[in-house]
Design a binder for this molecule. Structure first.
Ligand code: PLP
Length: 659
C-alpha cells in the first residue's frame, strides 16, 4: 500500500518569490512531522492553477496570492490583473469545494482582502512578508490532518486494541462464543476477528451514543456536514429507507399534504402511511420504448406546487436508479416560494459533491433535506446512510425524537465507522476516484457499443418525450444497456453472465440491464465485462423485438388517508370470479394495501385508493403474463390472488378526503 500524497499548490505571479516560497515550505515539510505526505509545488497564473486543480486529484489545498498580475510584454513592463484572488477562490471552491484555501496577503492590504474574501470558503491567511514557512506548514498540515481525521473509527480502533474484558452485549463477546466452537468457529474465521471485536454496544461510553451523540459520533457527523455542504448531518444505520421516514415524520403531521413522485422508492410510500400524510401523487414520465420511468415533468411539478401551496413538503428522487437527474434549482425555488420544504432522495447520488461533473447536488440546489445511501455508491457498509439537513427552520428536537423512534438502541458500530471512513475517502480522494470512474464509464460505453449486439442508452434514448425540454441530465456512472439485439431474454442473459462469466449486474427491466460503476470499479472488471459481452455477441443469435411493457393504469383517486386505510383490518377479495374473469365486486372498493409490480416498482394501488376496472385488468394481465413480475402486496387465499380492501363498515368510520 502506498503512503498518501497531499499536494499543496501555491499560486504567486512572481517567479523568484514563488521559488523561495516553495523551497521554504518543502524544507519545512521534510523536516517536520508529515503523515499526509505533503509536498508543495507552484504556478504563476490563475489559468495554470485551475488546470492543475482539474488534472491533479492529489491536490488537497491551495495557497493563493491575494493579487495575481501578468507581466505585459510592452516596453515599460507594465502589469495587468490576471484574476482577482476573490474570483480565483470562487472558481476553485466551485470546482472542488473539498480543497483547503489559504490566502497570502501583503500586510498593508489586510483589511481589504479579508473583507473581500470574508464570505468565501477561505480557511485562513498568511502574511507574505513574514516568510514563516514552518508556521505556514504547521497550519496547512494540521488542516489536512483534520480533514483526514476519522474520530469515530479512530476511537473504535483504539477501544478494540485496548482489549478490555467484555461484561456486556453483544452476546458473542468479541467472538469468544464462536471461536472455540466445533460447530460455528468457521463463521468467526470467515467473517474475521475484527468484525467481532468491533461489534460493540452503547455500554461502552467512549464510543458515544447514536441516539444522543455528544462525543466521537457527534464529531464525525460535524466533519461529515462540512464535507457534504450541509448545516447538519446525521448518520443513519438502517438505510435511506429509514432516513426518508424520519424526515416525513418530522415535517408532516397527519393530514398534511406531501407532494411526491408516484415513482418514489417504497420507503417513501411507507413513510406516507407512518406519518399519516395526505399524499398528492405526481405521475412519473415514461419511456414506453424501453419501459423506463423517468422524472416528473417540470410542468407537472410547477402546476402541483401552484395548486397545493398548502403542502408541507415535496419529495423527489434525483438521480433516479437509471441516473436521470432533475434540473433542481427552479423546482426548489418554486416550492420555497410557497413555503414548501424540499426533500431530495439522493440514495443513488451520495458521491456527487466530490466531482463537478455531477453537481449541483440537491443541497447545492437549495434542498432542505437530502438522504443518501452512502453504502450504495461510496465505501460504507450496507445500510449505512446519511441525512443532510439545510432546512433553515430545522426542528432538531422533533427530528431527534423521530430519529430515535426508528433507530435501534443497538446500532452496528462498524457501520458508523464505515460512514466516517467513507466521508474521509470522499474528501481526500473522491475527486480522483470519480475522475477515474468517469473515464471507465466512457470506456465501458465505447466497448459495449463495439459489440454491436448491445447498445448503451444515452440521455436521448432514456428521456421520455414529455421531459425532453426539462434540462434533465444523465449520471454517466449508471449504464443502461439495450439487450434486445443480443438474442437472449434478460433473464437468460443475466444467468449466462453469472454462470459463465462470473458477472452480477445491478438491475434489469425486460429490455435492459443496468450496470453501476462506483469508486470501486476497476479496469480489470471493465475488461472482463467487455470480453463476456463480446463472446455473447459473437454467438450471433437472432435479435428479439423489444418487449412492450403494459402502461401503468392511471392513478384513480384517494378516498381516505393511506394511514387510515392501512390500519383497517379489511378483507381479502379475489382478483378473479368463478369464471376466471376480473372480479367486478372489487370495482369501486378501496385498497388497504400498497400493490407494487416489480419491475417497474411503482405502486399501482396505495392504501386508501379506489380500485378501478383498469387497475384490475392490469394486475390480472401481469399475473397471467408469461414473464413473471413480482407483485408485492397481493394476498393469496390458497392459489387465489386477492387484494385486501376496506369493509363497508370500516369505510363508514373514516373521513373521506375532499377531492
Ligand atoms: C430511490 C431510493 N430511495 C431509497 C432507497 C432505500 O435505500 P436503502 O437501501 O439505503 O434503505 C432506495 C433503494 O434502492 C432507492 O432506490
Amino acid at each position: 500500500m502506498h503512503p498518501p500524497v497531499s499536494k499543496i499548490l501555491v499560486i504567486n505571479d512572481e517567479r523568484l518569490v514563488l521559488r523561495e516560497l516553495i523551497k521554504g515550505l518543502n524544507s519545512a515539510a521534510r523536516n517536520l512531522d508529515n503523515p499526509c505526505g505533503i509536498v508543495f509545488s507552484g504556478v504563476t497564473t490563475a489559468q495554470e492553477a485551475l488546470r492543475a486543480i482539474d488534472n491533479d486529484g492529489d491536490i488537497q489545498a491551495v495557497v493563493v496570492d491575494d493579487t495575481l498580475y501578468t507581466l505585459n510584454s510592452d516596453r515599460n513592463g507594465s502589469r495587468t490583473l490576471q484574476m482577482s484572488a476573490l474570483n480565483l477562490v470562487q472558481n476553485i471552491t466551485r470546482f472542488r469545494p473539498e480543497l483547503n484555501v489559504y490566502i497570502l496577503i501583503a500586510q498593508e492590504q489586510e483589511d481589504q482582502v479579508v473583507d473581500a474574501l470574508f464570505t468565501e470558503a477561505v480557511d485562513g491567511y498568511f502574511y507574505r512578508e513574514e516568510r514563516d514557512y514552518r508556521g505556514m506548514y504547521r497550519i496547512l498540515n494540521a488542516q489536512i490532518q483534520e480533514k483526514a481525521r476519522t474520530p469515530f473509527y479512530d476511537q473504535l480502533k483504539t477501544y478494540v486494541l485496548m482489549a478490555k474484558d467484555a461484561w456486556h452485549t453483544p452476546g458473542h463477546s468479541s467472538g469468544d462464543s464462536l471461536r472455540g466452537s466445533p460447530w460455528v468457529s468457521d463463521f468467526h474465521e470467515f467473517i474475521g476477528e475484527h468484525v467481532f471485536d468491533a461489534d460493540l454496544s452503547v455500554s461502552v461510553p467512549m464510543l458515544d451514543s447514536l441516539m444522543e451523540p455528544k462525543g466521537v459520533i457527534a464529531e464525525a457527523q460535524t466533519i461529515a456536514a462540512k464535507a457534504f455542504g450541509a448545516r447538519r448531518t446525521f448518520f443513519a444505520t438502517n438505510g435511506t429507507s429509514t432516513a426518508n421516514k424520519v424526515i416525513f415524520q418530522t415535517l408532516l403531521a397527519p393530514g398534511e399534504k406531501l407532494l411526491l413522485d408516484r415513482n418514489c422508492h417504497k420507503s417513501v410510500h411507507h413513510g406516507v402511511v407512518l406519518s399519516g400524510a395526505h399524499p398528492i401523487y405526481l405521475d412519473a414520465s415514461v419511456n414506453r420504448k424501453y419501459g423506463v420511468y423517468g422524472p416528473v415533468s417540470k410542468a407537472t411539478l410547477l402546476a402541483a406546487i401552484a395548486k397545493h401551496p398548502d403542502a408541507q413538503a415535496l419529495i423527489l428522487t434525483s438521480c433516479t436508479y437509471d441516473g436521470l437527474r432533475y434540473d433542481l434549482p427552479p423546482i426548489i425555488a418554486a416550492a420555497h416560494a410557497k413555503g414548501i420544504k424540499v426533500i431530495i432522495d439522493e440514495a443513488w447520488y451520495g458521491f456527487a459533491r466530490f466531482h463537478p461533473a455531477f453537481r449541483p447536488t440537491a443541497l447545492d440546489a437549495g434542498a432542505d433535506y437530502a438522504t443518501q445511501s452512502t453504502h450504495k455508491v461510496l465505501s460504507a457498509f450496507s445500510q449505512a446512510s446519511m441525512i443532510h439537513v439545510n432546512d433553515p427552520t430545522f426542528n432538531e428536537h422533533l427530528f431527534r425524537e423521530n430519529f430515535n423512534m426508528h433507530t435501534s438502541t443497538s446500532p452496528q458500530y462498524t457501520m458508523i465507522a464505515s460512514l466516517d471512513v467513507a466521508r474521509k475517502q470522499a474528501v481526500m480522494e473522491g475527486y480522483k476516484l470519480l475522475a477515474r470512474t468517469l473515464q471507465l464509464a466512457k470506456e465501458v460505453r465505447t466497448q459495449i457499443n463495439a459489440t454491436e449486439a448491445f447498445r448503451v442508452l444515452e440521455l436521448d434514448d432514456l428521456l421520455p418525450a414529455e421531459v425532453s425540454q426539462d434540462k434533465i441530465q444523465l449520471d454517466p456512472t449508471k449504464v443502461t444497456v439495450d439487450i434486445s439485439r443480443c438474442g437472449y431474454t434478460v433473464e437468460e442473459l443475466q444467468q449466462e453472465l453469472f454462470d459463465r462469466y462470473n458477472i452480477q449486474v445491478e438491475k434489469s427491466t425486460f429490455n435492459t440491464l443496468t450496470l453501476l460503476l462506483t469508486v470501486g470499479t476497476t479496469r480489470s472488471k471493465v475488461s472482463r465485462l467487455y470480453d463476456a459481452l463480446m463472446r455473447i455477441a459473437r454467438e450471433g443469435r437472432a435479435p428479439r423485438r423489444l418487449y412492450q411493457t403494459p402502461d401503468l393504469p392511471a392513478f384513480s383517486r384517494l378516498r381516505y388517508l393511506p394511514r387510515d386505510a392501512f390500519y383497517c383490518g379489511g378483507e381479502p377479495l379475489p382478483l378473479v370470479d368463478e369464471r376466471d374473469h376480473v372480479n367486478r365486486a372489487l370495482n369501486g372498493r378501496v385498497s388497504a394495501d400498497q400493490i407494487v409490480p416489480y419491475p417497474p416498482g411503482i405502486p399501482v394501488l396505495v392504501p386508501g385508493q379506489v380500485i378501478t376496472a383498469e387497475i384490475m385488468q392490469y394486475l390480472l394481465g401481469l399475473l397471467r403474463a408469461q414473464r413473471r413480475t413480482e407483485l408485492h402486496g397481493i394476498v393469496y387465499d390458497g392459489y387465489l390472488p386477492c387484494v385486501r380492501v376496506l369493509k363497508a363498515a370500516e369505510e363508514q368510520d373514516l373521513n373521506r378526503l375532499r377531492r
